[in-house]
Design a protein. Structure first.
Ligand SMILES: NC(=O)c1ccc[n+]([C@@H]2O[C@H](COP(=O)([O-])OP(=O)(O)OC[C@H]3O[C@@H](n4cnc5c(N)ncnc54)[C@H](OP(=O)(O)O)[C@@H]3O)[C@@H](O)[C@H]2O)c1
Length: 216
């Protein structure tokens, strides 16, 4: 089983993905700008399964076999660019959404290359960037008893990297992998997160994406 590092893994999104990955047997390293903070956050997570969650500086997380980017959108490119050497040749998963709050709604922002996944891919030319986990509410991810039964929409230009991420997602409790296609879908998939969060604010809910008509 491979190791997974999460850049910005101390936030709600990183913690939610970490606990489900560890419950699937992965050894997860929560990355942070502050290794002591990451160690403390990791110690609070109690996965059920053979895997583990530990904490480290983002540099340590970037040394894992697969690396997830879970920082705020406006620090994602700077964070990965500083770690370019460690990330070379690896699958890098972006779950980053560029969003802005406007009253009771979230609205999508469009980075120069159309999406955060494309921004990260441009910053890391020698990696295989795959998008996943964008629409999952962290609150439902972190609680292993939340009854989560969500689809995870996956995209990227490298077919084998997409398949590899899909296998990882399928192994995580409560999640099903749905490969959507290439990086050309990234802006639509990321922007749809604004719709999901706005629905949750309006309806005081923690809903998530579950596509009808697919046979898993
Ligand atoms: N929250 C969700 O439900 C959810 C669901 C799906 C996708 N996402 C996406 O996942 C990403 C993380 O979401 P989140 O809610 O966990 O965000 P967050 O709590 O705001 O940030 C995550 C972590 O990023 C690090 N960070 C903050 N500012 C930074 C900076 N300027 N430079 C480098 N690192 C910084 C912090 O870790 P340290 O202080 O320890 O370094 C923080 O704990 C976002 O892009 C979001 O759109 C979120």
């Amino acid at each position: 089983m491979s190791s997974v590092g999460i850049l910005g893994g101390t936030g709600p999104a990183g913690q939610g993905v970490a606990i489900r990955l560890a419950s699937a047997g992965y050894d997860v390293v929560l990355g942070s700008r502050d290794a002591v903070r990451a160690t403390g956050v990791a110690a609070e997570l109690t996965p059920r399964g053979a895997g583990s969650v530990s904490g480290a500086a983002n540099e340590g997380a970037a040394r894992c076999d697969v690396v997830i980017v879970a920082t705020p959108w406006d620090s994602a490119v700077a964070t990965v660019s500083a770690l370019r050497e460690s990330l070379t040749g690896k699958i890098v998963i972006s779950m980053v959404n560029a969003l802005s709050r406007e009253g009771r709604e979230l609205v999508p922002l469009y980075p120069p290359r159309g999406s955060m996944a494309a921004q990260i891919a441009h910053a890391l030319p020698n990696t295989m960037v795959v998008g996943a986990f964008h629409h999952l509410p962290a609150s439902e991810m972190v609680g292993l008893d939340s009854g989560l039964d969500a689809d995870v929409i996956i995209f990227g230009d490298d077919e084998s990297a997409r398949e590899s991420v899909a296998r990882m997602v399928e192994s995580m409790p409560g999640l099903h992998a749905v490969i959507a296609g290439t990086m050309s879908l990234a802006s639509a998939i990321e922007a749809f997160t604004a719709v999901c969060i706005s629905i949750n604010i309006r309806h005081k809910a923690h809903s998530y994406v579950k596509l009808a008509g697919l046979s898993h």
